[in-house]
Each structure stands twice: as C-alpha cells, then as structure tokens.
Design a protein around this ligand. Structure first.
Ligand SMILES: [Zn+2]
Length: 667
C-alpha cells in the first residue's frame, strides 16, 4: 500500500505522540517563572530532590548519567573478572586483571609506599646534573612532568603532521594565580598546600622538620616557576603558544638541559619542536643553573609522591584527596574504591575497556540517529553562515569551505588502540599503572615526525563528554554522552535537538569561536578573515564576553568573560543552529505538544535539564578561575536569554530577566 505524504505525516505525528516522550515533567520547578529564572524552572525540582552525592563536586541528571556509565563498566568488569583463564595479552585479560589488582585494597594498604621506594631511592641517589636529567626523563615515561613536559601535538602550520611540544607544567596548585595573587582564597590555598606537602613527606617517612624544610623549598621553587608562566586567559590565544624552535636554538637558550639526550631517550628524532612558553623555559634554565640539587631532588620526590598517591595505601591516598578533592573541590568523601578503579582502567586501557563497553551498551541505532543529527546541524550552520548580514561574501566562502571539511566521529573509533604490548598482572596494581603510563607516553611520542592519524580519538568511548579539534577540524561524540538526558532514541525530536543537538552545535561552533576562527579549512593557524569582517566578529564576541563578565558567583567573584568566551560562543551559536535544524526537521517530522508543552518549550527545557547542574561552591571557585566552561547555571541562562525564540516560546515580556536588553548574536 502506498501512503500519501499527508497520510504519512499524520501517521508520524500520531506515532510520535504515542511513542516518544517529552521533557522530564517532574524535574520542572513549577513555582519558578521561566522568564525570570529558567535555571530553576527547567530542573529546580530535580536538583532540590537530588542533593549532590558526598563524593561528587557537581550534580544533575547528566552527571548522574556519567556515573551510571561507570556502574555499567563495573558490571562489565565484575563479569569479566569471574573468568581467570582469559588468554594472556587479550583485552579481557588486561582490563579484568587491571581491575582486580586495583580492587585488592588489602594488598595495596599492606604495601604502603613500598611500590615507589625504588623511584624515591633513585632520586635520592642523584649526585650530578646529568643524573638529575636521566631521572627527569624516566619520570616523563610515567607522565610525571616536574617543571615541563614533552608531548605530541599537531603542527599549527602543517596540521596533517605531528610534532613534539614542550609544555609548561610543574605547579602543585591549579595555576600561577594561586601562587601570586593576594586574595584570601589564594592565600588560604597556599597555606593549606604547604601543610599538605609537608604531611605527604611525613607519610613517606620523613621527619616533620625534614618534611617542612622540603615543603618550603618546593613552594619557593614552584612560586618562581609560576611567576614565569602565562595565565589562563593568555593561554587561550593559540598564537601565544605558537613558537617553533630548532632544537639547536632551544639548546642554546637552555644550556643546562641536554636536549639531545632527552630526545634520544624517547627515540624522537626531530630538528625542531614547539615551545609553548619560551620565557618560561628561560626560568626553568635558571632553576637548573642555580637551584641546589637538594631542592630539585625534593621537588622530584614530591612530584612522584603526588602522582602515585592515588595508587598507594589509604593514608597517603586519603591525604591527597583531602587537599585536592575535599579542600579545593569541596566534595565530602572519596569516591568508592570500585569507581576509582573503573576510572583508572578507563584512563590507562580506555580503548580496550571501551571496546567491550560499546559492544554491550551502545546500540547501532543510536549511532545512526546521531549521524543524522550531526548532518542536520552542519547543514544548519551552513544556512546560518550564508544568511549573515555582517559578513562579506569572501569571508563567507572561506567559512563555508571550512564547514565542508568537518569530520564528525560518533560513538567509538573504527580502529582500536593495540595494547597487546602492555603487561598487566592480576597481582601488582602499581606495576600495572606503570605499564599503562609508559605505554601511553611511548604511544604518544611515537607519533612525532609522522603524518596525523585521523582515526585516532582523544576521548575514550565511555566518556560523557565531546570535543572539537581545530587542527583536524573534527567533532567527536563518544558513546558515553549518547544517553539520556543528552540523547534518547525514544525521545521526541524537540528533546534530542534541545539537548545533544545543542551540544553538536556547540562543538561545530568551536570551529568558529574566538579560537577556532583562527584556524582555516586545512586546520592551519592562519587568518582567513578580511580586516572588516574580523572587526565585526570581535565586536560581536565582545558582547558575549561582557555578558559573562557580569555574572555573579559569590562576593568578590564574577565570571571571567575572556576565559569562558569560546565555550559561551559555542553555546550561543550551538543553541541557535540546533533550533534552526529542529525547525527544518519539523518539515518532514512535525513535532507534537507533549504534556501540555509546545515543541519550542520542550526544546529549551531539554537544554536546561541537560545543562543545569548544582555545583559545590569550592568547585565554582576553581571553575571561575581556570575552567574555560562557565558554570551550568550560566550555560543555561546565558545563551537562552539572547534568543528571541526563547522569549517567544515562553511569552516573556521585554523586561524579563531572561530577555537581555542587549542581545548578543555572533553567528
Ligand atoms: Zn566546548
């Protein structure tokens, strides 16, 4: 039987009304006014009924879903661990033995700090600068980066190619401001940090006097290093860290570090590399030249203890948590052991664990539906670019060219990382961690000097997150984020476009935010804008920066508009193009009123329910200082209060809080 288009449409409407669900009605705080405070309206009832769990720093349905996928991994690993005859070197053997050894808390506690003794002894035995540099390279193998680190990156000027990058690292506090700024919250953190370092040395066998002396010397050294580092806002400008140096030039610049030997250690044969912060490397050179070896040794020991602590016995793991998790992050207790072990398994063997995860938990129809959504969002971005009234045809053509080269990745990699060389035993947790870290370093640096592998992923499949990579112009959505409330094959289009649709739009828009707009269609850090268009663009992004500067966090703290600019442009443009894509989708799949809410209302509530989270005050302070993402409340209010479609959907008056007098429009 052949159905007419009208009959098909009617059928689709009926079906969608019957089988597809709308927003989470019980989450809405019906006492709140959507036009006054949409953050409370959209999911205030859920947040009131679901306080942040003791071990978490942020909470919402979305965070709960992320933790739920860890429960799935736990079930999977428990099942796999029941069998002990997996073929040696198979991914089942690796992920289950890693998990079992990590779960053996009795053994880990009995060992105390014994696993890192050989490393600490090696540091203690350093007598010369050459010894120091040898140990330094060995610590890099374990992804311990005292003062600086070398990792792979895409060449800003030839992004199809991988180069080595020297990055500034080495601070125990979150960033330079914590060492240098006078505000009480920073001064308090400094005091607590120094006490924490002292305590950690005591827990590894130092006397109080020796521990305090080491802590003082380390803090003074880190403060000198911090002084020479760029701040979080400066670091957001890709041009500020774009410095390619010939190895010979870097060698002249830092004569007290033997780069040839260091590069040889990794088998990295290059003539040049990117030095993110050349001035900072001058400060490192100064430390190598004039800081006593005893201080360097204390600093290296502290870096080892800090990095290893989570894999050692309870007293040391708990002390580390008490500073970073409890004091800085504001959570009330450590995560349960099983969760820490699932996270460690995911961090070190993520594509082995992820392979089993997607087989069990990621349905093929989810991937197909996502690919369709991504296609529609890319098309909406194209319409938006073509319709801009402020951009000249020349720049539009370049923007559209860039859009045409986007590479979307959904769910999981087509080709998995091969971990077969990683030896994982059921008995020794620390050795497993070491094997995983060493593999990660070798795998990363083996890419240097070669063409980019475009099949590679930067997040593991169970990760509840997504990203944009400007060098390869790719947008990536791991399976872990493709669950409710972000995405649901059983939800109405309004919900999927309002939640994951805005996320897709957000990632696409990163290609055109204040950072992404500096990369061209080939992923080169190269201007493609006419001067007039660039000025227009900056005027528009300044509106967003000012908007977020105005958001109050707590007395004395506002959002930093420049720090969160890229993410805020992403949300604003993302919401707009998701809305346009949703309108277009309705031409073939008309949306229905569900639970008394119009499709437009459902769309915006879906964003509020996905993005609105409760954040501990301590974590808010950390985020406002160092996270380029605004806190959830403002990711809901910020973009939506700029959209006339939102005001129309809820009938908001012109003077409502959710209707900005000066609307920002970038894309
Ligand atoms: Zn983003």
């Amino acid at each position: 039987m052949r159905l007419t288009t009208l009959a098909l449409l009617l059928l689709a409407t009926t079906l969608s009304a019957q089988t597809e669900h709308g927003v989470f009605m019980q989450d809405i705080d019906t006492r709140a006014d959507a036009c006054a405070n949409f953050y409370d309206y959209a999911n205030g009832a859920w947040r009131a009924a679901n306080p942040i769990p003791a071990s978490m720093q942020r909470w919402s349905r979305r965070w709960a879903a992320g933790e739920q996928s860890k429960e799935q991994l736990r079930t999977l690993l428990d099942d796999e661990s029941k069998r002990t005859d997996w073929p040696k070197g198979s991914i089942d053997q690796q992920i289950s033995d890693f998990y079992s050894s990590c779960m053996d808390k009795a053994r880990i506690d009995a060992l105390g700090t014994k696993p890192i003794r050989p490393l600490l002894n090696e540091i203690n035995a350093i007598r010369t600068s050459a010894d120091l540099q040898k140990v330094f390279a060995e610590l890099h193998d374990l992804q311990i980066y005292p003062s600086f680190g070398m990792v792979s990156t895409y060449d800003n000027h030839n992004p199809g190619f991988v180069i080595a990058r020297v990055a500034a690292t080495g601070l125990g506090l979150p960033d330079r401001d914590y060492y240098l700024k006078p505000e009480k919250r920073f001064a308090d953190a400094r005091k607590k940090y120094r006490a924490h370092v002292t305590k950690m040395f005591e827990l590894t066998g130092s006397s109080h006097a020796a521990a305090k002396k080491a802590s003082d010397a380390i803090f003074a050294m880190e403060t000198r290093l911090a002084t020479a580092q760029m701040d979080n806002v400066a670091l957001r400008d890709p041009a500020s860290t774009d410095h390619k140096y010939a190895v010979a030039t870097l060698q002249k610049f830092t004569p007290h570090f033997d780069w040839t030997r260091f590069l040889q250690h990794y088998g990295v044969a290059v003539d040049e590399l990117n030095v993110d912060q050349p001035e900072y490397m001058g400060a490192v050179e100064k430390e190598l030249r004039s800081t006593p070896l005893s201080t360097w040794k204390a600093y290296l020991r502290w870096n080892v203890i800090s990095k290893a602590s989570g894999n050692l016995s309870a007293p040391i793991a708990e002390e580390q948590y008490s500073f970073y998790g409890k004091y800085l992050g504001g959570s009330k207790e450590m995560k349960p052991r099983w969760k820490l072990c699932v996270e460690a398994d995911d961090a070190l063997l993520g594509e082995a664990l992820g392979q089993r995860y997607v087989e069990r938990y990621f349905p093929p129809e989810a991937k197909a539906r996502m690919q369709e959504l991504v296609k529609n969002l890319l098309s909406a971005m194209g319409d938006t670019i073509r319709a801009l009234d402020w951009m000249t045809p020349a720049t539009k053509a370049r923007a559209l060219e860039k859009l045409s080269t986007f590479n979307p990745k959904v769910g999981y990699p087509d080709k998995w990382t091969d971990y077969s060389s990683v030896a994982i035993s059921p008995s020794s947790h620390w050795e497993n961690v070491v094997a995983g870290l060493k593999f990660g370093t070798a795998d990363d640096l083996a890419r240097v000097g070669k063409p980019a592998d475009r099949g590679r992923w930067g997040m593991t499949p169970p990760t509840s997150n997504a990203y944009y990579n400007p060098a390869l112009n790719e947008i990536v959505f791991p399976a872990g984020i493709l669950t409710p409330p972000a995405f649901d094959v059983h939800a109405a289009d309004a919900i999927n476009y309002g939640a994951i649709g805005v996320v897709i739009g957000h990632e696409i828009s990163h290609g055109f935010d204040d950072q992404g707009a500096k990369y061209d269609a080939q992923g080169r850090l190269k201007n493609w804008w006419t001067p007039e268009d660039l000025k227009q663009f900056h005027d528009r992004t300044a509106c967003v920066s000012d908007q977020f500067d105005s958001y109050f966090i707590e007395p004395g703290i506002h959002h930093n508009g420049q720090l969160v600019l890229g993410e805020s442009i992403g949300d604003l443009a993302g919401a707009k193009i998701a809305w346009l894509a949703f309108q277009k989708a309705q031409q073939t799949r008309p949306a229905a009123v569900i639970d008394g809410l119009t499709p437009a209302q459902q769309f915006f509530i879906a964003w509020g329910q996905f993005r609105g989270d409760e954040v501990r005050p301590e974590t808010q302070r950390l985020m406002v200082q160092g996270d380029p993402h605004p806190i959830g409340k403002y990711r809901v209010i910020g973009p939506l209060s700029n959209l006339p479609e939102f005001a129309q959907a809820f009938g908001c008056k012109a003077d409502s809080a959710m209707v900005r007098a000066k609307r920002c429009v970038v894309w």
